[in-house]
Design a protein around this ligand. Sequence first.
Ligand SMILES: Cc1cc2nc3c(=O)[nH]c(=O)nc-3n(C[C@H](O)[C@H](O)[C@H](O)COP(=O)(O)OP(=O)(O)OC[C@H]3O[C@@H](n4cnc5c(N)ncnc54)[C@H](O)[C@@H]3O)c2cc1C
Length: 328
Amino acid sequence: MGQGMDFEFSDDQRAVRDAAERICQDFPDSYWLARDEDGVFPHEFHAAMAEGGWLGIAMPVENGGAGLGITEAALMMQTVAASGGAMAAASSIHMNIFAPHPIVVHGTDEQKKRMLEPLIRGEQKACFGVTEPDAGLDTTRITTRAVKDGKTYLVNGRKIWISTAQIADHIMLLCRTTALEGCARPTEGLSLFYTPLDRDHIEVREIPKMGRKAVDSNTLFIDGLTIPEEDLIGGEGQGFSVLLQGLNPERILIAAEALGIGRKCVRQVPCGRSHQFNLYSVAFCGLRSNISLSLSGLCSTQKAPDKILRSRRSRGTNLSGTSTAIPE
Ligand SMILES: Cc1cc2nc3c(=O)[nH]c(=O)nc-3n(C[C@H](O)[C@H](O)[C@H](O)COP(=O)(O)OP(=O)(O)OC[C@H]3O[C@@H](n4cnc5c(N)ncnc54)[C@H](O)[C@@H]3O)c2cc1C
């Protein structure tokens, strides 16, 4: 970290954190425990965040958003994760914060109005369809194919690990419009679409998993899906760089959420003397101290997200500024 960095939050940033905290207080541990047991999406929490205007925290003001930056978005997500909701709470709104950002940066005015505004109001929910069974971290290996025919694209393929596809009505979908073999570079020939999740042509199969039960994970079988050309975000074949407008801020948000969960753990683990449970108390104290040490190690040695976010260089930048806002 260079000299002259200011790690203090501004009054506005403190206000964001306090407001998010107030909403989270209406969703106590008992609410999240119930969602963890019944596996039902936390619609009430999503609606409360939408009503407070928080789903549009980093969206343009002219589309009903708050026009704030990655610092504020990360602070909000850290606060949400640090409530009892942890990853279930964060994941239920996470998609709204980072996934639509390619539309913010590359969308036309018509697309921003049509796509962003219902998301911000909480009337629509979106999922993010990138990962495939044979293409995880190496996104360029995806094979879901979109073939243009007149004014529409015909799409066939398969996606995996797609969060919230059970309840989403729209999908941000990455496809190949040119086969990998036909491209000079692997990052070419990809195209990004934001389109209705048409269940007549997308079969959504839930993957049973341990943890974050209230936010579903799915395999998607896409068979003969038609996407109108007006749902293409950015240029055809430009999908990889367009997608990065969402993936880059996502990394910051995930880090902030993880730190929020860590802080909740430290606060939650009981540490005190009790005659009856003395042994447990000692064990818990050890656990709390281990978690604290891990967190402080993370903070001091690995560019803690909140320190990064609180640097002056990142303050107030919009989400697309994240790749340049992180101090070396
Ligand atoms: C709960 C959950 C929710 C998710 N939600 C979504 C979602 O909503 N939308 C979506 O599109 N995706 C989603 N994903 C997918 C997630 O983005 C991928 O899991 C991630 O991109 C990693 O891909 P992978 O699991 O195929 O791992 P892989 O790419 O197979 O990597 C596995 C491991 O191998 C290592 N590795 C990979 N390649 C190399 C190499 N060449 N050399 C050395 N090491 C290598 C990696 O570092 C990693 O440790 C979700 C995943 C989970 C678990």
